[in-house]
Structures are given as structure tokens and as C-alpha cells.
Design a protein around this ligand. Structure first.
Ligand SMILES: [Zn+2]
Length: 475
């Protein structure tokens, strides 16, 4: 997680001073006794609490591998990085995302910590001393399937027949999204080209990677995959070869499960928009693409669902909609958030691998999604947002889904609500209850309200978007 792009806010400087000051004046033994008494009386909070007077941190929950520890009290040796920002504390608005203990670096990754009435996000510290003698612990889902920030970066595997700039462009787009929303994983990203010899080599690499990863994969499965069009990689080569044959720049990508092996998989066919030299006579991209952030959002979403229970991230990575949410919610949030991420990337002055800048198109992308969604709606008269699916009125789950998310964010005036509070509650509360807690209305009440909104003219609809009078994106 790179947080150095953020400026250190003034209030966090105070936090840093407090950490340093209290470290030097604390009488550890005395504090320990006092805190053991306190621990019994401390109510369970959804987020960590830092006590300015004692210099002690009460960790609500922390993941160490696949084990979750609760109510751990520690002292802090050093602030390593962060925060990414600070917010006024609002009950129920943060967490319960667990901290992550990075065993390699021996660092504690804290998604949110409350200090007084302020919440600081994305703080990394080195622990000085653990004061809880035997905190409660339980073995839960594999690392990366409990909604926790994952300490290691994603791994990118790009077919060797693709031009060099493709790997760079994909990495830069994905890293921007990970920096913006947090690092979730363990994530492998496999991008296939169009050359069958390259696919053979890439599949060898895949097999080595699976065997070295060591969870539930046997070398005989490699044999089977070879005779099955190099599954799961081969289908993505087919998309690229079909595109080249037809002269149409088709491409596809997926969040492709693999929860049963304890990792998240993203696959993509040749991302033509990242090619400096387009193989198509009448089409070329500019090096900007919504797809990496869209798929990464899916990874983030499904990182909150256990890979060990019956209805979470089951074999193949499918989750029960009672946990993950319905199709419109899965795709609509990905469309909307990818639009936010690419817009912020463009506004940050990102120069594409083509050496180009571009202007943001947040509102025009949303306009296109509305057109696409309304078309599907008019072809399926009488259906509401919750009735559409991958099978019925497919474009509506993307187009109207994105507007559904925009409506909900506007309704609570908070565009961090999914990451900060709704997703971390999915596994324990389920989608319906988490939805109601986050937005203050039931899904059915929302679908009815949203119907009225869809009947408004676009000039009214556009008012819910975070844009200024000139139609430009505002935070
Ligand atoms: Zn999607």
C-alpha cells in the first residue's frame, strides 16, 4: 500500500507527537496492570482506539494469517506510514474491517483508528509491546478473505507476445486503484496475448505458480488443463484471436474466483487500448482504460467474503447473492467506482503509456451508462432494478446499476460507505441487513424510489452526480 502520495494532515502530526512523547514517559509495568483492568471493561468497538493519555492502542480485531485476534492492547514503537486522511467519528460509519499483521515486515496495518473524536485511516505502525496476555482468537477464512488489507502487492503475469507497454499500463492502472481503495489480495493478474506458443509458455508459468503457491493444486491438473485449451487461460487467447480475425477490438476480463486455492484471480484478454501500435486498421486506444479498476473493485468486494463457508467465496469464487448482493449491485458498483478511479487518475495528471494526457469524462461516462440502462429497461417493461440480472436485461445491471450506486451515495451524502462500512459487514450480517444499515431503507423501498428517479428527465437526474456547474467531477 503506497500512502506517500497523500500529504500528512496537521492533526496527524499531533498524533505522531503524542506517540513519540508517550513512548518516552510511559512506565510500562504500571500501565500494563492498569490496562489489564481496563480490558475487561472495554466495550467491543468496530475500529481501533488510540488513547492519547496512555499511548495505548486497543485493536478491535487483527488478522494474523488465517487467525483473527480480538481486543488486543498494544503500545506503539513507531509510526511507519499514514494516514491517508482523517474524518470526524460517526457511530457505525467505520469498520468492522480487521487490522492486518504483516508477518514479513512485522508491521501492523490499521485501516481506521479513532483518536478522540477523529478517525485516521490507513495507518501502519510497528508494535512495541503486546499488553494483552492471551487475547481471544479464532481460525477464520484464509488470509485475504476476511475483508482485511493484504500486505503483499498483486502479481502480474503478462503473455510474452504482448507489447512491453501493456504490462506497464496495466500495472499503473491497477496500482492507482489499489492506492485509492486499499490493497486487497492475494491477487494474481494474468493477461493473455494472441500467440499460441506464448500461451503454452504462460501456462507452464501458471502451473509453476500454482504448485509453488501450494494450496490444493496437483501437477496432474496441469495435464488436464493442457488438454482443455489451457484452461482457464486459453479462453482469453481465443477472444484476442477472434478480435484480430474480425477486425473488431473486442476484449474481456474477469474476476475469476479461485477462492478454493486461497487467492484471487483476475484474467484479461489483450487490452487493445494499451497498445501503442494498434493492430486494427480503423481503431486505436489512448492508454486509458476503465477495465483494470472495474475488475479490481470486484476483487475488493469479494475479499470480504469467506472462502471457507458454504455461501461465501465457494469453489470457483461464486458467492451467494444473499452475501455478495444482487447482480446490479455487483456490476453497478464496479462501473461507478471504476469511473471514479479513472477520473481521479486522469485528474492526477497521469500520462498514459502513449505519452498522452486526457480530459476527464465522469459525467459523459454516466450519461452513456444511463442510455444503455434505459434501453434495457424499455425492452423489459415493468422490471425494477432488483429484477435485472446477467440473464435478464443484462445492460441494466451495469448502466442502471451504476446510477443506483450514485443515487445511494447521494442519498447518504457519503461515497465511502461501501468500503468503510457496508462491505465489512457483508459476511456477518448479509447483504439485505448491511444495505439497510448503510442506507436507511430496505432494498425494496430503494427499488421503488429509484423507479421514480428513472422517470425524471436527464437534466434532473444529473443533479445527484458529484459534478460542478460545468459538468466536471468534484470530490
Ligand atoms: Zn464486472
Amino acid at each position: 500500500m503506497t500512502v506517500s502520495v497523500f500529504k500528512l494532515p496537521l492533526s496527524m502530526l499531533c498524533f505522531r507527537t503524542i506517540l513519540t512523547r508517550l513512548k518516552s514517559v510511559r512506565a510500562a509495568a504500571k500501565v500494563k496492570t492498569w490496562f489489564l483492568t481496563m480490558a475487561i471493561a472495554t466495550p467491543v468497538y468496530a475500529i481501533d482506539l488510540y488513547d492519547e493519555t496512555t499511548g495505548q492502542l486497543t485493536i478491535a480485531q487483527v488478522m494474523v494469517g488465517d487467525t483473527k485476534y480480538s481486543d488486543v492492547i498494544v503500545t506503539i514503537a513507531e509510526l511507519v506510514s499514514g494516514p491517508s486522511g482523517d474524518y470526524p467519528y460517526v457511530e457505525g460509519q467505520f469498520g468492522p474491517r480487521p487490522d492486518t499483521y504483516d508477518l514479513k515486515k512485522q508491521q501492523l496495518i490499521i485501516p481506521a483508528v479513532k483518536v478522540g473524536s477523529t478517525v485516521f485511516k490507513d495507518v501502519v505502525v510497528q508494535i512495541a509491546e503486546v499488553l494483552s496476555p492471551s487475547p481471544l482468537s479464532e481460525v477464520v477464512a484464509d488470509a485475504g478473505f476476511n475483508g482485511e488489507i493484504y500486505p503483499d502487492d498483486f502479481k502480474l503475469f503478462v503473455a510474452d507476445d504482448l507489447p512491453d507497454e501493456v504490462a506497464r499500463a496495466y500495472r499503473e492502472h491497477l496500482q492507482f486503484a489499489a492506492d485509492l481503495w486499499g490493497n486487497f489480495g492475494p491477487l494474481e493478474v494474468w493477461i493473455m496475448g494472441s500467440d499460441s506458443d506464448a500461451l503454452t509458455r504462460q501456462h507452464e508459468q501458471w502451473c509453476q505458480q500454482r504448485l509453488s503457491w501450494g494450496i490444493g493444486f496437483k501437477s496432474i491438473e496441469c495435464e488436464r488443463q493442457r488438454s482443455n485449451n489451457y484452461w482457464p487461460l486459453g479462453d482469453y487467447l481465443d477472444i484476442a484471436t477472434q478480435a484480430l480475425e474480425s477486425g473488431r477490438p473486442m476484449q474481456n476480463a474477469c474476476r475469476c474466483g479461485m477462492g478454493q486455492y486461497g487467492f484471487h484471480l483476475m484474467m484479461a484478454s489483450a487490452p487493445w487500448g494499451f497498445f501503442k501500435d494498434s493492430p486494427f486498421a480503423d481503431w486505436s486506444g489512448d492508454g486509458f482504460d476503465l477495465t483494470p479498476a472495474h475488475e479490481y473493485w470486484h476483487i475488493l468486494h469479494f475479499s470480504h467474503l469467506s472462502n471457507k463457508d458454504e455461501v461465501g467465496n465457494r469453489r470457483g469464487g461464486n458467492a451467494d447473492p444473499t452475501l455478495s448482493g444482487p447482480d446490479w449491485f455487483i456490476e453497478g458498483s464496479a462501473v461507478y467506482m471504476a469511473n471514479v478511479a479513472l477520473t481521479k487518475q486522469i485528474l492526477s495528471g497521469y500520462v498514459s503509456v502513449h505519452g498522452k494526457l486526457t480530459s476527464e469524462c465522469f459525467e459523459c461516462e454516466m450519461r452513456a451508462q444511463m442510455t444503455r440502462g434505459l434501453e434495457a429497461r424499455s425492452q423489459n417493461q415493468g422490471l425494477k432494478l432488483g429484477d435485472f440480472s446477467y440473464e435478464v436485461g443484462r445492460d441494466a445491471i451495469y448502466g442502471l446499476g451504476a446510477w443506483g450506486i450514485a443515487w445511494l451515495y447521494n442519498h447518504v451524502d457519503n461515497d465511502r460507505v461501501l468500503i468503510d462500512s457496508m462491505f465489512p459487514n457483508l459476511q456477518t450480517k448479509g447483504w439485505d441487513a448491511s444495505f439497510q444499515d448503510s442506507f436507511g431503507l430496505t432494498p425494496n423501498q430503494f427499488y421503488d424510489e429509484f423507479e421514480k428517479f428513472l422517470d425524471l428527465p436527464y437534466s434532473e437526474q444529473v443533479k445527484i452526480l458529484p459534478i460542478d456547474a460545468d459538468g466536471k467531477y468534484t470530490e
